[in-house]
Design a binder for this molecule. Structure first.
Ligand SMILES: [Zn+2]
Length: 140
């Protein structure tokens, strides 16, 4: 994936971790699948734990979709399972994304020191989408 996107993520989020990286990738995928307009044409609901590291996924999504906390078009719904729903405000089409077993296992096996966290995120940047998350498209 594009190094520029990763730099923007680090500038916004302050560090690199797997959840922020997954959010970045999910957002890029959602915008392209839905042909949604970034910033104002997309709405995101993120189901996840309401604290880091899981909630770091929200920042990855904000960077890649332009949906932001301030505009109120991205919300966090507290949940024990990660699930991201994105919809195109123009036509109502929607995608749902959940983490693969492979991604969950990789995060679970990751040592929690700064370098390992960053390395896991950079490794994931090179994974194909389908290794990171499952995508279900709901066209209306
Ligand atoms: Zn983070």
């Amino acid at each position: 994936m594009n190094m520029e996107d990763i730099d923007r993520l680090i500038a916004f989020h302050g560090h690199l971790g797997p959840y922020a990286m997954i959010g970045l990738r999910m957002g890029l995928k959602a915008v392209s699948l839905l042909s949604a307009q970034r910033h104002f044409g997309i709405e995101i609901a993120v189901e996840c734990a309401d604290c880091p590291p899981q909630s770091c996924i929200v920042d990855g999504l904000q960077v890649s979709t332009g949906a932001t906390y301030g505009k109120r078009n991205i919300v966090l719904v507290k949940s024990s399972q990660i699930k991201v729903s994105a919809s195109n405000k123009k036509d109502g089409s929607r995608v749902c994304m959940t983490l693969t077993e492979k991604a969950q296992a990789s995060i679970a096996a990751m040592p929690k020191d700064h370098e390992s966290v960053e390395k896991t995120a950079m490794d994931m940047a090179r994974w194909p989408d389908e290794d990171l998350f499952q995508t279900e498209i709901m066209k209306t």
